[in-house]
Design a protein around this ligand. Sequence first.
Ligand SMILES: [Zn+2]
Length: 304
Amino acid sequence: MTRKARGRGFKSLRAHMMFGFPLWYGDFRKGDWEGRFRTAKEMGFDYIELSIDYPMTRLMDPIRIAKVKELLESTGLKLAMHFSWVQYLADPRPEIHEGSLKYVERCMEIARQFGPLYFVFHMYGQPGTERFQEVHDDIVRTAIDNAGKISSMGDMSSIPALIENEPRVRIGTINEIGLILEKNPGLRLCYDIGHHLRNNWELQQRGREKDASRIADWFSRFGSRLMTVHINDSVLMEGGIPRDHLPFRDGVIARQLPEICKMIKRSSCEHITLEVFYSDPNRQAPVSDEEVKASLDTVKKAIG
Ligand SMILES: [Zn+2]
């Protein structure tokens, strides 16, 4: 889906929904990295969402960049990028967030070599005093400013910048993400449904139920800013704590999948990345290719 095609109406967007397969350093170090591109293609994915968290930023030298381009060319897969997911872009201390911004610039240098479908970034900051409202407000203000800087970096390279909602209590609530999007009109959203459910649970633990939200609230509020959904199943453990990144079986997201897919189709979402990483909620075993393929088929069927 090119940028031009946006706004042609949701019907055309539906026909072009793309499905993404995440790859990260953990796959790289197993040794058969190239094989993962071919496996993704065989399973029926359309793009790779490549995480370039450290040390991938260091490993992406010109030879490896050329190799990845060759793999994309030979498989016909597209590329999206997931920037470092642990950084401190919303930390109000300039000494800390300026270093994180420099790291984003480094990630952008790599992204520009590919011209990906989009890049997604996380942001948080956690001074020890964050429980106090005025410090929390500083975190949100910093997030707004730095999300604007990152969005401009994306604009300058014609790569859409997407903010992803955090699973924890900072920069994960609907109102925090809402403020950041409102103040930065060029920024788009990557909505991670499992993170949202985890965020709701954290809010409840802190007696902040009033800040919790429903899945439908995110679609009605950000439907036109949504570009990508990160999807996987989530199960409730003892005490109601959600564990996500699971294959679709009968967890809380699997049970609502038909309704969720209807909302995705009515939104401006163009990509669905299947972030299925563990076979069991205790995270003892990695997911198998069969489980990933079965989950992809389940989501594709629900999208229709
Ligand atoms: Zn995610």
